[in-house]
Write a protein that binds this ligand. Structure first.
Ligand code: GTP
Ligand code: MG
Length: 201
């Protein structure tokens, strides 16, 4: 898919403040600092559209970006990190869970995982919560430029094994790097396909 335009639309503290659900949308979630905002910028080829930071906890609201005037990318706050220590056991709050469970035009959730690390507790609880709530998701491994091939393969195999304890089928998996642009075409192509299945309300 060709990106002709992309711009920030709105930041919302709650799902009820989000834009009217007239376009298909794709949300990016994962532990703080995993690279959600950077990946969104890489997809649209605009370095500063979504705010990034080397310190975890940068994204705090539900951020909508309008792409090609007819679909949304959504940047969510990270889980597994809390400045206030008020997070629930699963590591994410009501803003995120309400958004995921109530947003009717959410076509797919991309769960970002740092390709350098074995499965972290926060990720495991998040996957279980998605399973319990039957939320469709794909897995996006990030920072592939920083993980050696053998680490990447070991971690991938480990994820497959753990996920198969809970799911009969594995979700789609993407390997990405914002530095080398790896995975960009694959992600955009799959979004293009899913866009075709959107039925406006
Ligand atoms: P929060 O909003 O705090 O939850 O973080 P985030 O998941 O949005 O992460 P962000 O995009 O802000 O990136 C965190 C750090 O990782 C930044 O310093 C990025 O430059 C770096 N980073 C993100 N993606 C990549 C990548 O593919 N390769 C490398 N080498 N660094 C990356
Ligand atoms: Mg962010």
């Amino acid at each position: 898919m060709l990106i002709k335009s992309a711009r920030f639309a709105v930041s919302s503290p709650e799902v009820k403040n989000c834009p009217k659900p007239v376009f298909p949308e794709y949300a990016f979630i994962g532990r703080s600092n995993v690279g959600k905002s950077s990946l969104i910028n890489m997809l649209v080829q605009q370095k500063g559209m979504a705010k990034t930071s080397s310190t975890p906890g940068k994204t705090q609201l539900i951020n909508h970006f309008l792409v090609n005037e007819n679909w949304y990318l959504v940047d969510l706050p990270g889980y597994g990190f809390s400045k206030t220590g008020k997070d629930k056991a699963a590591g994410f709050g009501k803003m995120i869970s309400d958004y995921i469970l109530q947003r009717e035009n959410l076509m797919n959730l991309f769960v970002l995982i740092d390709s350098r690390l074995p499965m972290q507790k926060a990720d495991e609880s998040f996957f279980l919560w998605l399973g319990e709530n039957q939320v469709p998701f794909s897995i996006v491994f990030t920072k592939a430029d920083k993980s050696g091939r053998s680490t990447l393969n070991t971690n991938l195999a480990n994820y497959r094994k753990k996920l198969l304890d809970y799911w009969e089928e594995l979700p789609l998996v993407y390997i990405t790097s914002v530095t080398t642009q790896t995975g960009r075409d694959e992600l955009l192509n799959s979004i293009e396909e899913m866009n075709k299945n959107f039925k406006p309300y």
